[in-house]
Design a protein around this ligand. Structure first.
Ligand code: 5GP
Ligand code: SF4
Ligand code: MG
Length: 473
């Protein structure tokens, strides 16, 4: 249990992931493989697929990228027309093959398998209680409590899920495959995206709509906050497990995480980033700018928006080497810096002698911006004005989406001027909290920017909450 600020500073739990499922379509494992491939950006630590062939549930999991784990041989062993899959991004504390999902429960009452995206914030309390009552855990992932809680309930499987969810706090978008049905569940705040589509006589469920594009499935709709969708022989059945819902989609999904070609809750990610870039241009114009450039890939849409809003030409100023992973995957600061270096190179011809507006999607530790400002200056830029298409990140995320370590967040430690000097920029501006809401609407979680956590923060004592309040600018 997190008891004080010191402990929280060390608490770095990232469990952001992607889930994908197929109900009643031939070669389900093959399609799930394609779906997971489209969701690869949501987690590169490991992946797994489970199928049901009418008799038994089979599963194959591995560490690394989807393309490295699966091949025609292991896919062909995953038989059946029902399947769920998972791509995983975990922190060092929660690594290892046993934590790779789908998790599988073998039971005399029927086997089932779970693929979960999100983080259960009352996990420690639930796990302690479940262990006290005799449950034996096999993983260190917060997702396993879902399996134990379901297994312990009575009634139909749907009733068991409903009762289990009643005990969960935090963010969850998960799929459960039993020997009859697939269930898609979204928490009452709808922190993480989850949508459902039609394919032939069956259905597809995916964390992001890019998964549907990949296999030509037609989107039906997003799963609603507080909803269980039961997919079975009779089609779809919607069960609201609570009426007290309040949509708070994680704003970081739009800002950084999701793919620009996905639509989340009806809003296209590229369009949302472009809109935030436009608003940023109004809030932090740059008088003498010659060109606007973005940091590939996640900031390009916002840079285009800034260019639209400022009436300054958009240019390609940085090229990304596509063959290395995201910088966050590197565990140490040194490796992260090397990671950024390996990843980007400047287009000197565009940059030389220019006043540049450099748009990035976010600043966490400041590593990326500091390095890029240096890179651009070395390539001959006259001035580099940094504009960030999200507000200053000042608070940790408890929902497993972003880094939860407060000490990593450079904006929680430095003033705007200090940060500008640290990254070596000629000027620095962040999108405001109001600007973010203008761009993304009010139904978003923005707690890492404004400390307005949408849920009760389990396990945090009152002192910590006071410390958190004090940090508020
Ligand atoms: P920094 O370099 O300031 O620590 O991190 C911000 C940069 O890292 C941005 O360019 C952003 O695109 C990238 N980034 C990589 N992984 C993540 C992540 O999980 N969250 C956020 N907010 N940014 C990330
Ligand atoms: Fe997303 Fe930030 Fe809310 Fe976490 S705190 S769910 S990263 S908006
Ligand atoms: Mg980036």
């Amino acid at each position: 249990m997190v008891k004080d600020l010191g402990a929280l500073l060390e608490n770095k739990i990232i469990e952001e992931c992607g889930v994908f499922g197929i109900y009643n379509v031939k070669n389900a494992a093959q399609l799930t493989y394609y779906g997971l491939h489209a969701l690869q950006h949501r987690g590169q630590q490991g992946a797994g697929i489970a199928t049901f062939d009418g008799e038994k549930i089979s599963r194959y999991r591995g560490e690394g990228l989807v393309i490295e784990i699966f091949n025609s041989e292991n896919i062909s062993r995953l038989k059946g027309e029902y399947s769920i899959g998972h791509v995983r991004m975990g922190s060092d504390e929660v690594s290892g093959i046993e934590n790779i999902q789908p998790l599988l429960v073998r039971s005399h009452t029927g086997d089932f398998t779970v693929a979960h995206n999100g983080r259960i914030i009352n996990y420690e309390q639930l796990r302690t209680q479940l262990e006290y009552e005799g449950s034996i855990f096999q993983t260190s992932s917060s997702s396993e409590v879902i399996c134990h809680l379901i297994q312990r309930q009575t009634g139909t499987f749907t009733e068991k899920i409903k009762k289990a969810i009643g005990k969960l706090e935090g963010s969850f978008a998960f799929l459960i495959m039993t020997e009859k049905n697939i269930y898609a569940v979204r928490d009452k705040n709808g922190f993480s995206p989850l949508a459902i589509a039609k394919l032939d006589d069956g259905f597809v469920i995916s964390s992001e709509t890019v998964g549907f594009e990949m296999i030509n499935a037609q989107i039906i709709r997003d799963v609603k906050p507080g909803e269980i969708i039961k997919i079975g022989k009779k089609g779809l059945r919607s069960i609201m497990y609570t009426e007290s819902t309040q949509k708070k989609m994680c704003s970081m999904e739009y800002i950084y995480l999701a793919r620009p070609d996905s639509d989340i809750d009806g809003l296209n990610v590229h369009a949302s980033r472009r809109m935030c870039g436009r608003i940023l241009a109004q809030e932090f114009p740059c008088e003498d700018a010659d060109i606007v450039i973005g940091v590939p890939d996640s900031s390009l849409s916002a840079a285009m928006g800034y260019s639209d809003g400022a009436g300054v030409p958009y240019e390609i100023g940085l090229i990304k080497n596509r063959y290395i992973g995201r910088t966050f995957i590197q565990p140490t600061q040194e490796e992260r810096e090397r990671g950024v270096k390996m990843k980007l190179s400047p287009v000197s011809n565009t940059i030389k002698g220019k006043n540049i507006v450099l748009v990035d999607d976010s600043i966490v530790r400041g590593t990326t911006s500091k390095y890029i400002v240096k890179l651009l200056k070395e390539a001959g830029a006259k001035a580099v004005h940094v504009r960030i298409a999200s507000p200053a990140m000042v608070a940790p995320c408890f929902y497993g989406v972003d880094t939860s370590s407060l000490k990593d967040l450079i904006s929680a430690r430095m003033s705007l001027q200090e940060l500008r000097d640290y990254i070596g920029a000629d000027s620095l501006g962040f999108l405001s909290n109001e600007g973010l809401k203008k761009g993304l609407g009010n139904n978003i979680c923005s707690a890492c920017f404004d400390r307005e956590y949408p849920t009760y923060l389990f396990g945090l004592d009152e002192n910590f909450k006071k410390e958190l309040k004090k940090l508020k600018n």
